[in-house]
Design a protein around this ligand. Structure first.
Ligand SMILES: [Zn+2]
Length: 172
Protein backbone atom coordinates (compact mmCIF):
# COMPACT_ATOMS: atom_id res chain seq x y z
CA UNK A 1 0.00 0.00 0.00
CA UNK A 2 1.43 3.42 -0.88
CA UNK A 3 2.19 5.75 1.99
CA UNK A 4 -0.34 8.49 2.41
CA UNK A 5 1.24 11.89 3.10
CA UNK A 6 -0.58 14.91 4.39
CA UNK A 7 -1.45 17.81 2.10
CA UNK A 8 0.97 20.01 4.08
CA UNK A 9 3.87 17.63 3.54
CA UNK A 10 2.88 17.32 -0.09
CA UNK A 11 2.92 21.12 -0.52
CA UNK A 12 6.22 21.33 1.34
CA UNK A 13 7.85 18.88 -1.07
CA UNK A 14 6.46 20.87 -3.94
CA UNK A 15 7.84 24.13 -2.51
CA UNK A 16 11.25 22.53 -1.97
CA UNK A 17 11.38 21.61 -5.64
CA UNK A 18 10.35 25.15 -6.44
CA UNK A 19 13.19 26.46 -4.31
CA UNK A 20 15.62 24.20 -6.17
CA UNK A 21 14.58 26.12 -9.24
CA UNK A 22 12.90 23.25 -11.09
CA UNK A 23 10.50 24.28 -13.82
CA UNK A 24 6.78 23.84 -13.09
CA UNK A 25 6.51 21.02 -15.64
CA UNK A 26 9.28 19.07 -13.89
CA UNK A 27 7.76 19.65 -10.45
CA UNK A 28 4.41 18.56 -11.83
CA UNK A 29 5.95 15.29 -13.02
CA UNK A 30 7.83 14.58 -9.77
CA UNK A 31 5.04 15.38 -7.36
CA UNK A 32 2.26 14.05 -9.51
CA UNK A 33 0.01 17.09 -9.64
CA UNK A 34 -1.12 19.11 -12.60
CA UNK A 35 1.02 21.96 -13.85
CA UNK A 36 -1.69 24.49 -13.07
CA UNK A 37 -1.90 23.29 -9.46
CA UNK A 38 1.89 23.61 -9.14
CA UNK A 39 1.72 27.13 -10.51
CA UNK A 40 -1.07 27.99 -8.09
CA UNK A 41 0.76 26.72 -5.00
CA UNK A 42 4.11 28.19 -6.04
CA UNK A 43 2.44 31.45 -7.01
CA UNK A 44 0.94 31.66 -3.51
CA UNK A 45 4.35 30.93 -2.06
CA UNK A 46 5.93 33.65 -4.16
CA UNK A 47 3.30 36.18 -3.12
CA UNK A 48 3.75 35.20 0.54
CA UNK A 49 7.51 35.72 0.28
CA UNK A 50 7.09 39.07 -1.45
CA UNK A 51 4.71 40.10 1.38
CA UNK A 52 7.20 38.97 3.99
CA UNK A 53 10.04 40.85 2.30
CA UNK A 54 7.91 43.99 2.15
CA UNK A 55 7.11 43.65 5.87
CA UNK A 56 10.80 43.19 6.66
CA UNK A 57 11.70 46.26 4.61
CA UNK A 58 9.06 48.31 6.44
CA UNK A 59 10.33 47.08 9.81
CA UNK A 60 13.88 48.01 8.79
CA UNK A 61 12.73 51.49 7.77
CA UNK A 62 10.88 51.90 11.08
CA UNK A 63 14.00 50.92 13.02
CA UNK A 64 16.19 53.25 10.97
CA UNK A 65 13.86 56.20 11.48
CA UNK A 66 13.64 55.51 15.24
CA UNK A 67 17.44 55.39 15.36
CA UNK A 68 17.65 58.67 13.48
CA UNK A 69 15.30 60.38 15.95
CA UNK A 70 17.20 58.82 18.86
CA UNK A 71 20.53 60.12 17.67
CA UNK A 72 19.15 63.62 17.13
CA UNK A 73 17.44 63.61 20.55
CA UNK A 74 20.56 62.40 22.34
CA UNK A 75 22.77 64.91 20.52
CA UNK A 76 20.41 67.75 21.53
CA UNK A 77 20.13 66.57 25.15
CA UNK A 78 23.91 66.35 25.30
CA UNK A 79 23.97 69.91 23.99
CA UNK A 80 22.09 71.10 27.05
CA UNK A 81 18.55 71.13 25.62
CA UNK A 82 15.88 69.55 27.79
CA UNK A 83 13.08 67.16 26.71
CA UNK A 84 10.56 70.06 26.64
CA UNK A 85 12.72 71.89 24.08
CA UNK A 86 12.61 68.78 21.89
CA UNK A 87 8.81 68.59 21.99
CA UNK A 88 8.58 72.31 21.22
CA UNK A 89 10.94 71.90 18.27
CA UNK A 90 8.80 69.03 16.96
CA UNK A 91 11.68 66.56 17.14
CA UNK A 92 9.61 63.98 19.00
CA UNK A 93 6.34 63.43 20.85
CA UNK A 94 5.82 64.07 24.56
CA UNK A 95 5.82 60.32 25.27
CA UNK A 96 9.00 59.81 23.27
CA UNK A 97 10.67 62.81 24.94
CA UNK A 98 9.89 61.33 28.36
CA UNK A 99 11.16 57.90 27.36
CA UNK A 100 14.29 59.27 25.67
CA UNK A 101 14.96 61.56 28.64
CA UNK A 102 14.97 58.57 30.98
CA UNK A 103 17.17 56.51 28.68
CA UNK A 104 19.57 59.42 28.30
CA UNK A 105 19.91 59.88 32.07
CA UNK A 106 20.46 56.16 32.52
CA UNK A 107 23.21 56.01 29.91
CA UNK A 108 24.76 59.19 31.21
CA UNK A 109 24.99 57.70 34.70
CA UNK A 110 26.56 54.56 33.32
CA UNK A 111 29.34 56.56 31.73
CA UNK A 112 30.34 58.28 34.96
CA UNK A 113 33.02 56.21 36.65
CA UNK A 114 34.78 59.47 37.59
CA UNK A 115 32.13 60.07 40.27
CA UNK A 116 32.88 56.68 41.80
CA UNK A 117 36.58 57.54 41.79
CA UNK A 118 35.84 60.86 43.55
CA UNK A 119 33.66 59.08 46.11
CA UNK A 120 36.45 56.66 46.91
CA UNK A 121 38.95 59.54 47.29
CA UNK A 122 36.56 61.43 49.60
CA UNK A 123 36.08 58.34 51.75
CA UNK A 124 39.86 57.81 51.94
CA UNK A 125 40.46 61.47 52.89
CA UNK A 126 37.72 61.30 55.53
CA UNK A 127 39.18 58.09 56.96
CA UNK A 128 42.67 59.58 57.25
CA UNK A 129 41.39 62.84 58.76
CA UNK A 130 38.98 61.47 61.39
CA UNK A 131 41.59 59.02 62.68
CA UNK A 132 44.30 61.70 62.82
CA UNK A 133 42.02 64.18 64.61
CA UNK A 134 40.58 61.55 66.95
CA UNK A 135 43.81 59.87 67.94
CA UNK A 136 45.64 63.23 68.07
CA UNK A 137 42.87 64.62 70.31
CA UNK A 138 42.58 67.67 68.12
CA UNK A 139 39.39 69.65 68.64
CA UNK A 140 37.20 70.22 65.60
CA UNK A 141 34.40 72.70 65.02
CA UNK A 142 31.55 70.18 64.62
CA UNK A 143 29.51 70.88 61.46
CA UNK A 144 26.43 69.42 63.19
CA UNK A 145 26.32 71.24 66.53
CA UNK A 146 28.82 73.99 65.69
CA UNK A 147 30.55 73.46 69.04
CA UNK A 148 34.26 72.78 69.49
CA UNK A 149 34.76 69.17 70.50
CA UNK A 150 37.09 66.19 70.32
CA UNK A 151 36.18 63.16 68.25
CA UNK A 152 35.64 60.03 70.32
CA UNK A 153 35.19 56.41 69.25
CA UNK A 154 31.73 55.06 69.96
CA UNK A 155 29.76 52.08 68.76
CA UNK A 156 27.05 53.23 66.32
CA UNK A 157 24.80 50.60 64.71
CA UNK A 158 27.25 47.86 65.62
CA UNK A 159 30.41 49.50 64.32
CA UNK A 160 32.99 51.81 65.89
CA UNK A 161 32.64 55.37 64.61
CA UNK A 162 34.36 58.64 65.39
CA UNK A 163 31.59 60.85 66.84
CA UNK A 164 31.46 64.43 68.10
CA UNK A 165 32.21 64.47 71.87
CA UNK A 166 29.66 67.27 72.19
CA UNK A 167 26.54 66.17 70.24
CA UNK A 168 27.33 62.51 69.54
CA UNK A 169 26.72 62.92 65.81
CA UNK A 170 29.01 61.67 63.07
CA UNK A 171 30.48 64.87 61.61
CA UNK A 172 31.99 63.25 58.45
ZN1 LIG B 1 28.70 68.00 67.35
Amino acid sequence: MPKIISKETHDEILKLHFEEGLPFSEISKRVGVGRNKVAEICGDEEARRADQEMEEDKEKERKQSTQKIESEVFARLDNGENPIDLVKAGVCSVEAAEEFGKEYAKLKNMSRPEIEILEARMENASYALRHALGVGKIKICCPLCHGWAQLTLRKVDGSQRWVCGNCGGIPF
